[in-house]
Design a protein around this ligand. Structure first.
Ligand code: CA
Length: 232
């Protein structure tokens, strides 16, 4: 059986040990790096399936590592950091991180995020260069060729913007998308002043796809940061 390869980039030995022990119980294989230079070397030589990345490293800022890696790789990156400010999360996610955990974190949550990242990585690897024509996630289905979306087999009527928004979230399932990223991709805008209209579109989209829009099953809100489509 293939064991997923994880790269742990962390200069704090206690946290590095905790993550290593956790990965061992789950039969993942891993390499560790204690600084940015080692991390970049491991990314090319070890070719991990997922990178777990601390932002505060002795020689480099984690955000710079994300930017460098994104120059040639789509590998999922989960940031694990003590920095809890929304701005730090947004910077890391905008640079191309997939997900963000704030220290201290729960092991269960860490493992859930890892599984989500690995599913994304394997799903992408399974069909190189070709887009799936149908997206299925629980009761949600998007037929890209027909441009239609369905919830529990019933077609839902979306405006063009709502449909674009849904497709963008679906194509990045498991990944936190920042407000600015969504605005850029859907509206071609990056103005913070457009965030309120994004909220309005999100509210109308949720009314159409969620059973209980106030406790959404599909689209999760990250307050001050953005949104994420949850794999069911
Ligand atoms: Ca650190």
């Amino acid at each position: 059986m293939y064991k997923s390869k994880i790269l742990i980039v962390e200069d704090d030995p206690a946290i590095s040990n905790l993550i290593r022990t956790t990965l061992e119980t789950q039969e993942y294989q891993y390499h560790t790096a204690q600084n940015g230079m080692e991390a970049l070397m491991e990314v090319t030589s070890y070719n991990p399936d997922v990178m777990i990345l601390d932002l505060g490293l002795p020689d480099m800022d984690g955000v710079d590592i994300i930017q460098k890696v994104r120059g040639w790789s789509n590998m999922p990156i989960i940031v694990v950091s003590a920095r809890a400010e929304d701005k730090d999360k947004v910077d890391a996610l905008d640079a191309g991180a997939d997900d963000y955990l704030t220290k201290p974190f729960s092991i269960d949550e860490f493992l859930a995020r890892m599984r989500a990242a690995l599913r994304r990585s394997h799903a992408e690897g399974a069909k190189p260069g070709e887009e799936a024509s149908v997206y299925i996630n629980g009761g949600l289905k998007i037929d890209y060729a027909a441009g239609c979306a369905y919830v529990n087999g019933v077609e839902i009527h979306l405006t063009p913007i709502e449909y674009k928004l849904l497709c963008l979230l679906a194509q990045n399932t498991g990944k936190v998308l920042t407000h600015n990223y969504i605005l850029r991709e859907v509206w071609g805008s990056e103005l913070d002043s457009d965030i309120p209209s994004l909220r309005v579109f999100m509210a109308t989209l949720r009314k159409k796809i969620e059973k209980a829009p106030s406790s959404p099953q599909y689209i999760q809100t990250h307050i001050g940061v953005g949104y994420r489509m949850i794999r069911q």
